[in-house]
Design a protein. Sequence first.
Length: 456
Amino acid sequence: MQDVPVHLRRSPGPSFKSIAAKDAVLPAAHFFEEKPFFEGTQDIPVSRYTSREFFDLEKEHVWRQVWQMACREEHVPVVGDTYIYDICDMSFVIVRSAENTIRAFWNVCNHRGRQLVSQPGRMKVLRCPFHGFTWNLDGSLAFVPTEWDFPHIEGDDFGLHEVQVDVWGGFVFIKPRPVDEGGETLTEYLGEIVDHFAPWHMETRFVEAHVAKVFNANWKVVEEAFMESFHVAGTHPQQMVRLGDVNTQYDCYENFSRALHPSGTPSPLLNWVPTEQEMLESLLDVREGEEAPVQIPEGETLRSFAAQIGRAALRPAIGDEADAVSDAELIDAMEYTILPNFHPWASYQRAVYRFRPHGDSHEQAVMEVMLISPFEGERPAPAKCAWLGVDEPWTKPDVLGITGRILDQDSTNIAKLQVGLRSAPIAGLRMSSYQESRIRHFHAWLEKRIAAGEVK
Ligand SMILES: [Fe+2]
């Protein structure tokens, strides 16, 4: 290994690609592409997580400029439905203004600046509760109270301040820039991920569960805890039996990155070799002394067996399309990150994460988890968001299943990270070259946005 240049070094053990290549149903060609990111091994400055100045730069050059996921389309299913999306000290209102049109506005009354919509719901017009100034759902001015006193308001230039909005995969994204400013479209911003996700029809899902939790940590501290599986041995050791943690493939594209974690293969860090049945029992969380509910049939592997079960489970929702779903899509953990803060899991793995500063704080964050699931028949209403405080576990709402237990393991690190960073005797974090390359790519992306300054 000493002779191999640092950017080419990989863990011993089978790679994601070599495992997937042996499956009965192969995944799409892009799963066999590698896009490693390497721009050196310099430390990541601690101030990125602790300084108010850096947070303000992010606000100006990231949150005010880029496409970001605001809500699901099903949060505003009917004309007049509204949804509030807040980011840092900014508030936006998402409105279904016509059957096939969703608009987004700065959530501000043009008169005295009150937050326009405080209680989202179904509305005929957008009316400020302070004095009654009213706008139509398309943002045009509808009513000026005591109009005689406002001869200086001319309807055309007193419309709401509309921002750019577009929908991908059932997710409503906004870019907080004026609609007439143009610039990069959502499709351009997303790039190749649109093709990667096309087979999974995310727009045909519904929000089955939605939980938000507050953390005492910078938003990137929380997000970066979910960008590598190097921490599995330390934080989730129970997964090592059937997860190739340090064999994970990390790929970085323009505005997104991904981690392909091979499953049905043990961690190379494990000092024993589990059987296929032991790997299954780990996957099903069968505890010591408990009877396994199923046995892997003779001649099958965990991958082939789990793929068959996964296909059968999908059939009611997607019919014969289930036959074309690859083994990897059914068993491997494939996480994507659309920068800056949106993590949809690939395939049918249902989980979607979003990370934001909590209000305008650089030392508090909110992580949201949605489970978006296929459904039969009429689309069920989206789950209401259950909010958890800093001391409440993910398992409290009892809607996330085993994911909640794993997230609780992650949570143990997060507040402690901020405590350590605040008092750090070091100026920088020494991240690895490959396994933490998605975090390095994220920081390179932030640096590029911030350096671009006023570039919109
Ligand atoms: Fe984790």
